[in-house]
Design a protein around this ligand. Structure first.
Ligand code: ZN
Length: 183
C-alpha cells in the first residue's frame, strides 16, 4: 500500500525520530515504504517522509546502476541505524529528495561510512559502505535525525533557499505522487 509523502516544512521532517522497540513487527510498514518509494521513483525513503517519527529507512539503488555498477540489486532496510564512522574524504553529488520536489543541489558528504543497523527481521549488522550507496544511506539517515538536504547547504545558501522553498511548498506543489504539503 502506498502512502502520501510529507513535503518539506511539515514538522515530522524536522524532528529527531524515536528508536523502534527491537523485535517489533515492522514488515507491514517496510512494505508500505517500498511501495511508496517505487511509486514515486525514489531510491530511498525514510519513515518521517510518510509521517512516522521512527528510526526506519529503506533504499533500493538499482536504478542508479547504469552509472554506478555497485548500485545493482542493492535493496536494504535500516532499523535503529547509527553511523559509527565517517571517512575524512568527501565528494559532491547533485541530490534530490521526494520531500523536496523539483529541488536538486550539490551536497558534500563523506565518501565512506560504517553503520550499525538491523534489518526487518531484526538481524544485526555493522557494515562499511562507499560510493553512491553510502551517499543514499547518509541522505536517508539525515531524515531520521530530523535533517534534510537543505540542512547540508552552506549557511548562506540555506538562508537564500529556505524561505523560497517554504513559500512554494505552502502554496501547494504538484507531484506525480500523493503528497502532503506543509501548512
Ligand atoms: Zn530525502
Amino acid at each position: 500500500m502506498t502512502q502520501p509523502i510529507y513535503i518539506y516544512g511539515n514538522d515530522v521532517l524536522h524532528k529527531k525520530v524515536e528508536n523502534l522497540t527491537p523485535h517489533q513487527d515492522i514488515t507491514a510498514i517496510v512494505k508500505n515504504m517500498f511501495d511508496t518509494m517505487y511509486k514515486a521513483e525514489g531510491v530511498g525513503l525514510a519513515a518521517p517522509q510518510i509521517g512516522q517519527s521512527i528510526s526506519l529507512f529503506v533504499i533500493d539503488t538499482d536504478e542508479l546502476s547504469d552509472e554506478y555498477p555497485e548500485a545493482k540489486g542493492v535493496k536494504m532496510v535500516f532499523a535503529n541505524a547509527e553511523i559509527v564512522e565517517y571517512s575524512q574524504e568527501t565528494w559532491t553529488y547533485k541530490e534530490g529528495c521526494l520531500s523536496l520536489p523539483d529541488f536538486r543541489e550539490d551536497i558534500v558528504r563523506p565518501s565512506k561510512i560504517k553503520i550499525h543497523y538491523f534489518d526487518e527481521a531484526w538481524n544485526e549488522y555493522e557494515k562499511e559502505f562507499d560510493g553512491i550507496i553510502a551517499r543514499v544511506i547518509q541522505h536517508e539517515y539525515d531524515h531520521i535525525q530530523g535533517k534534510t538536504m537543505v540542512d547540508r547547504l552552506s549557511p548562506l545558501r540555506r538562508q537564500l533557499v529556505k524561505p523560497k522553498l517554504l513559500k512554494r511548498f505552502r502554496q501547494g506543489v504538484s507531484t506525480q505522487y500523493a503528497a502532503i504539503n506543509p501548512k
